[in-house]
Unconditional design. Structure first.
Length: 564
């Protein structure tokens, strides 16, 4: 064997093997990890052409695998494609207005101005007066010549100006679709806020992105991922069910854009894809035909782009009041955005039909569900589908799974199924959830430790653009269970250690991709995807982990971010 192409030495190399072994150096050759060991051992791999990175005590670990990241949508919500109206770029409604005005000034005449990420929890005017909400008038004051649509950080609410309301045909006489809310003022006029399915009225008229723009968004997302040490991610839902979501970024043409990038050698990340054959709330009738259709874009190197599953919606997303819960929210009410208006029996029947079709077709299933009753129903649907069509190693999983019960955890573990959790969302909304579901239930939300102790290979993800894909924040959230707003602990009994948290972003995420035999750990023969942090991750106070900088990212044996 020849010398290594790249050697990283003199640091803390976290292998993420079964023993959580920590080495000093790693050698890379031909896009694979060649050897891991002491500086002296790896010194034998150094030749005249070997590139050497002196870690100088820094931490190297496997490239991060964000197992639920809407890549194209994430890229599309970042400048220059969208206005940045997320904290900390904005801290007030006035800041949002200024950001939108600047973004709109660079757009062609009549083009929609779109932004993402606003949150009343961090807007100064809303903090000073909890009854103060954003309105169309705030946006009309700075942009009157074009429609403006700003997505709230959870994706549950759209903030529009008057031109956008007009473009969607929304006025005081417009009825919201089932499960949706059109906010109105004291005079009955729309305020500019649309919640839940009412957003569909606007999504139907916002022009979808071109193929070129989607490709640009994917490239932008991957560049941002590299800056975070992320080398793999799951694109959780691309297909006809997403053709109108967020300017079409979850649609069929996006998968074709990914395939073009992969075949041309330009896809600089490992992307697993869940197909999205049905829109939220759509019945199962069209599912068999759509699952039988050719996969858009054609074949590509499966180590770069791999369509492995199907995404299904079972309900809404907290902190809205649309999760499918056994007990009512504080103040009453529990519902299901996906199957709004159905009885529980009808919901279960429709869900079982969808799951059964996708399972029988041979796909892994990732089911979006957030309430405890809904999660129980999803796990039972997995079990029924498995009994009717026995398969081995399906690796179905619950997406979000925030209130997964001990009984469902046991069933998931029994079958080798899993839960994909969102620790950064827990960090962001724990105080808010106290007021929605009560302190006790909020403390249990995303019970990572209970799931791990049940034997489940928990995965963790950002759900970007819902939260920014700073995986260090996710690790810290899993270790601390503290609130972003107040620092108050929420369910400290669910805290886990560093090794467990890191596995959720590496080896467990690789397992979700059916790829644990070739990525996710730094052991010989594995893909040479690495992340280097500026500091000692193992010794760091968990409170300091979110601010540890990513200084180098290696993908397929090549440095794609940072300098030697």
């Amino acid at each position: 064997m020849g010398p290594a192409d790249l050697v990283l030495r003199g640091g803390r190399v976290l292998t993420l093997d079964a023993d959580f072994r920590i080495a000093e150096a790693v050698a890379i050759r031909g896009g694979l990890v060649a050897a891991v060991g002491t500086d002296a051992e790896i010194g034998t791999w150094i030749g005249p052409g070997t590139e050497i990175v002196e870690l100088a005590g820094r931490t190297a670990l496997p490239g991060i695998n964000d197992s639920h990241l809407h890549g194209c949508s994430f890229g599309a919500t970042r400048p220059p494609l969208s206005a940045d109206v997320a904290y900390p770029a904005v801290r007030s409604i006035a800041d949002v207005a200024r950001a939108v005005a600047v973004h709109a000034a660079d757009l062609p005449a009549g083009a929609w101005a779109v932004g993402n990420g606003w949150d009343v929890g961090y807007l100064a005017e809303c903090l000073a007066d909890p009854t103060r909400l954003p309105t169309r008038h705030d946006l009309d004051a700075v942009v009157e010549d074009r429609p403006v649509a700003l997505y709230e950080f959870t994706g549950h609410t759209l903030w529009l100006n008057s031109r956008a309301l007009e473009a969607a045909g929304i006025d005081r006489t417009t009825a919201a679709p089932p499960g949706g809310i059109i906010e109105v003022d004291a005079d009955g006029e729309p305020t500019g806020l649309l919640r839940e399915s009412a957003q569909n009225l606007v999504e139907a008229v916002i022009p979808v992105m071109s193929r070129a723009a989607r490709t640009q968004a994917i490239r932008e997302a991957i560049a941002l991922c590299h800056a975070e040490g992320i080398t793999s991610y799951t694109e959780p839902g691309l297909g006809p069910g997403g053709d109108s979501l967020l300017k079409g970024t979850a649609g069929t043409d996006t998968l074709a854009a990914y395939a073009e990038l992969a075949r041309s050698g330009e896809l600089q990340a490992r992307v697993s894809v869940l197909l999205l054959p049905l829109a939220m709330g759509e019945s199962a009738d069209a599912l068999p035909e759509r699952l039988a259709a050719p996969i858009p874009g054609g074949a590509a190197d499966p180590r770069l782009l791999n369509v492995i599953g199907v995404k299904v919606f079972a309900d809404g997303i907290p902190p809205s009041r649309t999760a499918w819960m056994h007990e009512e929210y504080i103040g009453g009410g529990h519902g299901c955005l996906c199957l709004h208006g159905h009885t529980d029996a009808q919901r279960v029947g429709e869900l079982n039909t969808i799951v059964r079709h996708a399972h029988a077709a041979g796909y892994q299933l990732g089911v979006h569900v957030t309430g405890d009753q809904g999660i129980d129903a999803v796990v039972d649907a997995f079990a029924e589908a498995h009994a009717a069509h026995p398969r081995t190693d399906e690796r179905h999983y619950v997406i979000h799974g925030d209130f997964v019960s001990p009984a469902s955890l046991a069933k998931l573990a029994e079958h080798g199924w899993s839960v994909n959790m969102n620790p950064a969302i827990k960090w962001t909304i724990s105080d808010l959830m106290d007021g929605i579901v009560g302190t006790e239930r909020s403390a249990y939300q995303w019970p990572v430790r209970s799931a791990v102790e049940a034997g489940i290979p928990v995965t963790a993800s950002s759900d970007a653009p819902i939260t920014y894909p700073n995986w260090r924040q996710g690790v810290a959230a899993m270790m601390l269970r503290e609130s972003k707003a107040t620092g108050r602990p929420s369910g400290p009994e669910q805290c886990v250690d560093l090794a467990t948290a890191l596995r959720a972003y590496t080896v467990n995420a690789a397992r979700q991709d059916f790829a644990e035999d070739w990525k996710g750990a730094l052991t010989p023969g594995m893909a040479a995807d690495l992340c280097v942090l500026g500091g000692d991750l193992v010794a760091a106070d968990p409170h300091d982990i979110p601010d540890l900088p990513v200084e180098l990212t290696v993908f397929d044996g090549r440095i794609v971010f940072g300098k030697v």
